[in-house]
Design a binder for this molecule. Structure first.
Ligand code: FEO
Length: 397
C-alpha cells in the first residue's frame, strides 16, 4: 500500500500486517496495521515506528516522500514492541536530533534497548513543541494502556495521534473510517476496547474529562492500529465514554465447556429460562468460540451464567483459561451464576463461584450441579436459574 497524505503535510507511513491472527491471546482474524505518521515541516517529525520485521514497509513509505535521513525528530508515543520494535534501526539510520517521549517512556526505552546515548527529550501533559508551522501538544495517558503511553495533538489540524487508544485490529487497503463499513469498524473497535482497554476504564473516563477541560477540538483521530477516524471521531469518543462507564444491558451470556454434553444440556435449559423472561441471551461453547470474541460480548452483558463439568477436582482447562483471561480484564457490574455436571466430586461450580466473587460479580445463586447426565428435574432447576438471573438482571437495569 502506498503512503497517504492524511492532512496537508501529514502522511501515514505505517505498515499493514495482513496475516497476523494472534495478538497475545486476542484473536485478530482481520489482521492489523502498525500506523506511523510523518509530518513535513521545518522540523520533519516521525510519530512512532512499526513492529520489527516491517522495516522495509516503513522505510519504503518514508522514502517515497523524503530521504529518511532528513527526519529531525522522533516521537515515541508508546514503547510496546509493535510500535517501538524498529526504534533502534530508525535511530541508527536517521540519527534524530531529539526523541520525544514521556518520562516513563524514556525509562521503558532504556529498559528495552539499553541506549543511554540517545537524545531523549522528556515531555508531559501540556508541553508543546513547534515544528515550524505546526505545533505538537503532548498528553500523557499513563496506563492507557502502558505507563509510558501518550498522545500527540497537532493543534493547527485538530489531529489527535492517539497511540493504541481508539484503535482496531483491522488490516485494510483503506485508511479512513468513511471508506469502510462503519458497523464493522465499530465492532472491531469494541473488540479492541474489551480485550485491551477495559481494565483501565476509570482512566478512560478521566482522560475524556481532561480532553474536555483542555477544550481540545478533535477533527481527526489517528490511532496506531487500524483505520483513522476522519468522519466519525465523535462517534468513537462517544463509544469510549459508553464502554468505559461499564453500564450493562439487559443481555445475558451462557458460557460453558462440556465433556459429554451434560453441561451443554444444562446451558441450553438456562438459556431457555432467560429467554422465557424476555432477556436477550447468547450461548458460547468454549470449544468453538475464541475467548476474545466472548469478551467482546461481555463488554455490555449484564449477566454471565458460567458452566463447566468437574475434571480431576477442578474445571475443564478451557474454562480455567477463559476465567483467567476475563479476570485480568476486570469487567464490572455483572450478575453471575454457575452450573455444571459432575461424576463424583463436583468442585467446578464452587470454583467458578469463587472466581466470580473475586471479580466482584453479584453471584445470585449457589449454583446448579447435575450428576452424570441431567434428569428432567435438574433441567427444570436450570430453567429456574435462568429465570432467576433474568429477573435479577431486569431488576438491576
Ligand atoms: Fe499497539 Fe500497546 O501496543
Amino acid at each position: 500500500m502506498p503512503p497517504i497524505e492524511i492532512l496537508k503535510d501529514i502522511h501515514w507511513v505505517g505498515a499493514i500486517d495482513w496475516n497476523i491472527r494472534d495478538f497475545h491471546g486476542y484473536s485478530i482474524y482481520r489482521g492489523t496495521t502498525y500506523n506511523a505518521f510523518l509530518i513535513l515541516d521545518e522540523k520533519i517529525t516521525l510519530f512512532d515506528t512499526v513492529k520489527k520485521g516491517f522495516k522495509s514497509e516503513l522505510l519504503h513509505h518514508i522514502r517515497r516522500i523524503i530521504d529518511p535521513t532528513k527526519i529531525d525528530y522522533l516521537v515515541v508515543n508508546h514503547v510496546e514492541m509493535d510500535h517501538s520494535g524498529l526504534v533502534p534501526e530508525v535511530v541508527e539510520l536517521v540519527k534524530p536530533e531529539k526523541i520525544f517521549c514521556s518520562e516513563r517512556g524514556r525509562k521503558a526505552l532504556l529498559a528495552h534497548f539499553r541506549r543511554e546515548d540517545w537524545p531523549y527529550e522528556v515531555v508531559g501533559t501540556g508541553d508543546t513543541i513547534s515544528l515550524g508551522k505546526k505545533t505538537v501538544e503532548f498528553i500523557e495517558t499513563r496506563m492507557l494502556h502502558w505507563p509510558d503511553s501518550m498522545f500527540s495533538y497537532i493543534s493547527e489540524d485538530h489531529l489527535l495521534i492517539s497511540s493504541d487508544a481508539f484503535g482496531q485490529h483491522v488490516a485494510t487497503a483503506e485508511r479512513f473510517d468513511d471508506e469502510v463499513d462503519l458497523s464493522m469498524l465499530l465492532g472491531h473497535a469494541a473488540k479492541y476496547y474489551a480485550n485491551i482497554i477495559l481494565p483501565y476504564s476509570n482512566l478512560v473516563q478521566k482522560l475524556l474529562s481532561t480532553v474536555k477541560e483542555m477544550d481540545l477540538k478533535v477533527d481527526m483521530i489517528a490511532p496506531d492500529h487500524g483505520l483513522i477516524w476522519r468522519r466519525n471521531p465523535g462517534k468513537i469518543l462517544e463509544r469510549y465514554d459508553e464502554w468505559s462507564q461499564q453500564r450493562s444491558k439487559v443481555k445475558a451470556l451462557v458460557i460453558y465447556d462440556t465433556m459429554w454434553h451434560s453441561t451443554e444440556m444444562m446451558a441450553k435449559a438456562i438459556a431457555d429460562g432467560l429467554a422465557q423472561e424476555g432477556v436477550s441471551v447468547q450461548l458460547f461453547d468454549l470449544s468453538t468460540n475464541h475467548r476474545s470474541d466472548i469478551i467482546t460480548e461481555v463488554l455490555d452483558a449484564g449477566a454471565l451464567v458460567i458452566g463447566s463439568p468437574t475434571l480431576n477436582n477442578g474445571m475443564l482447562p478451557r474454562m480455567a483459561d477463559f476465567l483467567h483471561y476475563m479476570k485480568g480484564l476486570r469487567p464490572a457490574n455483572k450478575i453471575g451464576a454457575a452450573f455444571g455436571s459432575y461424576g463424583w466430586s463436583g468442585e467446578a461450580v464452587k470454583l467458578i463461584n469463587a472466581i466470580m466473587e473475586e471479580m466482584k460479580f453479584t453471584v445470585i445463586d449457589p449454583g446448579i450441579k447435575a450428576q452424570y447426565v441431567p434428569a428432567h428435574d435438574d433441567l427444570q432447576k436450570c430453567v429456574e436459574l435462568g429465570r432467576k438471573a433474568a429477573k435479577a438482571l431486569k431488576k438491576g437495569a
